[in-house]
Design a protein around this ligand. Structure first.
Ligand SMILES: Cc1cc2nc3c(=O)[nH]c(=O)nc-3n(C[C@H](O)[C@H](O)[C@H](O)COP(=O)(O)OP(=O)(O)OC[C@H]3O[C@@H](n4cnc5c(N)ncnc54)[C@H](O)[C@@H]3O)c2cc1C
Length: 441
């Protein structure tokens, strides 16, 4: 069978790519090895509470998620995050310390000491450093000092990106900050002098009434005739196009778009482009364990409503953080329960791949209940281990990116998408898919 385009992978990157091909009227087939699409997006309803084991909320800055959701019939299923999300907590000395959105919080919060605050505020007077790539940790220690990095930057990067700030690249993760240092000599001056582009669309943090998985389900529901449940095993050039080998047979296509994780594409490309295959294999992924816990509402009290808390690695607590799911999306929990998402693992704790999951659950539940000041036992505990959860953009990632560009140039009709190419958030993947199809068509 000859296709115009074959898309590999039915995570959100592949599905959003397929949806854009469908809208552009370009014939295609999408190949996904699992029976369910969505990749790491995974929601389940237990005792009337929606458990999201992958992404828990989508930060839709420019409306791309809302547009896609509307196109696939989910307009009335969107739910907006509550105002509670603006208050976040950081653990210091085993106590939750609030950070509110007000700039005053920098002075009043107990997250960093007076000395640490003075050092951070001296940032405009610190001389400009190198423009070469360096780690986010080294870069920000130079600018705002060790304490602010340990208690503000590290928990965000460990909890959200599952990363190690002393390995991830400033140029990849904080390109605007890196540019502002070179241009204005200071991040604070840069923030004051760079005019924010005003968007006509109001940013929104959102989810869906039955969890984030509703989005990939709705897309694949519209494209079911174009989805093949097979595993891509190899690719080679044939004539002006490509021959693709799968677990079930062979297909020919004029163009192929990979939206597979880097390690999967690496295996597929072994015979086709050994050099790129090697580069892709070397891209590090951090593991994550997502543990969902549901308590009886009367058994657990929040200090105040908020997004949840993050834990600096300096605190020597295994848990990375907790999202207070029923505080930010009350619609997703039953009226009698309080639901939390606990995150464990990341680049600092690869032992989660070896340890017994039930033992980890016991350990982190102990840590969580101590921090939440309760001795209550949860009614539901359910975990999902993502062995290769989130790609890590290490220092020097620029050269990997360049090799991907070169491979695309050397093989017209071959495109690489997916979260390790343009950004890991679901909105990043959706926007990248739109651009990729524009480039192709
Ligand atoms: C625990 C966790 C929490 C997160 N939280 C958030 C959040 O709150 N907000 C946010 O915006 N983002 C979050 N993210 C990031 C975001 O969810 C992911 O980056 C994004 O969903 C990745 O989509 P993808 O399609 O690029 O990759 P994937 O979801 O990995 O999809 C790849 C697909 O390819 C398929 N595949 C693999 N090999 C083959 C093969 N050989 N043949 C055919 N198919 C194959 C897989 O089965 C899979 O379906 C989180 C991620 C994780 C893991």
């Amino acid at each position: 069978m000859k296709e115009e385009v074959l898309v590999f992978g039915g995570g959100i990157s592949g599905l959003a790519t397929a949806w854009n091909l469908h809208k552009a009227g370009i014939p295609f087939k999408l190949i996904e090895k699992q029976t369910e699409t969505g990749g790491v997006i995974s929601s389940e309803i237990v005792q009337n509470t929606v458990l999201d084991f992958g992404p828990n909320s989508l930060r839709d800055r420019d409306g791309s998620i809302r547009k896609l959701a509307e196109e696939v019939g989910l307009k009335d299923e969107i739910i907006q995050i509550s105002e509670a999300f603006k208050t976040r907590f950081i653990v210091r000395n085993r106590k939750l310390q609030a950070l509110t959105p007000s700039p005053k919080t920098l002075f009043t919060s107990k997250v960093i000491s007076g000395k640490g605050k003075l050092r951070a505020l001296a940032e405009p007077f610190i001389s400009k450093g190198t423009s070469n790539d360096e780690s986010v940790g080294a870069f920000l220690e130079r600018r705002i000092g060790k304490e602010a990095v340990a208690y503000l930057v590290d928990p965000v990067f460990s909890g959200i990106y599952a990363g190690d700030i002393y390995q991830i690249s400033k140029k990849e993760i904080l390109p605007q900050f890196a540019e502002n240092e070179q241009k204005f000599g200071s991040l604070m001056m840069g923030a004051l002098r760079t005019k924010k582009k005003k968007s006509e669309i109001k940013p929104m943090v959102l989810s869906f009434k039955k969890g984030i998985q509703q989005l990939p389900e709705a897309i694949s529901g519209k494209l079911s005739d174009q989805i093949l449940n097979e595993e891509v095993t190899g690719v080679r050039k044939k004539g002006n196009g490509f021959e693709v080998e799968t677990s079930e047979g062979k297909y020919e296509a004029a163009k192929v778009i990979s939206c597979l994780p880097a390690h999967s594409l690496s295996s597929v490309l072994r015979g086709f482009d050994p050099l790129l295959s090697e580069t892709l294999r070397s891209i590090d992924y951090a593991p994550m364990l997502s543990t969902q816990v549901v308590f009886n509402k009367d058994d657990i009290e929040l200090p105040q409503s908020g997004f949840g808390f993050l834990i600096p690695r300096k605190e020597n607590i295994r848990l990375l953080g907790a999202i207070w799911k029923s505080s930010i999306f009350p619609e997703l929990s039953s009226s009698t329960s309080s639901h939390f998402t606990l995150m464990i693992g990341g680049a600092h704790d690869r032992e989660i791949l070896m340890d017994d999951i039930q033992q980890i659950e016991q350990q982190i539940l102990g840590e969580f209940t101590e921090l939440m000041n309760t001795s209550a036992k949860p009614e539901v505990v359910k975990s999902k281990l993502w062995r290769k959860a989130i790609p890590q953009f290490h220092v020097g990632y620029e050269s990997d990116r360049q090799k991907m560009d070169e491979a695309e140039e050397a093989n017209p009709g071959f495109y690489i998408g997916g979260n390790y190419r343009w950004g890991v958030s679901v909105p990043d993947c959706v926007k990248a898919a739109e651009k990729l199809v524009q480039k192709l068509s």
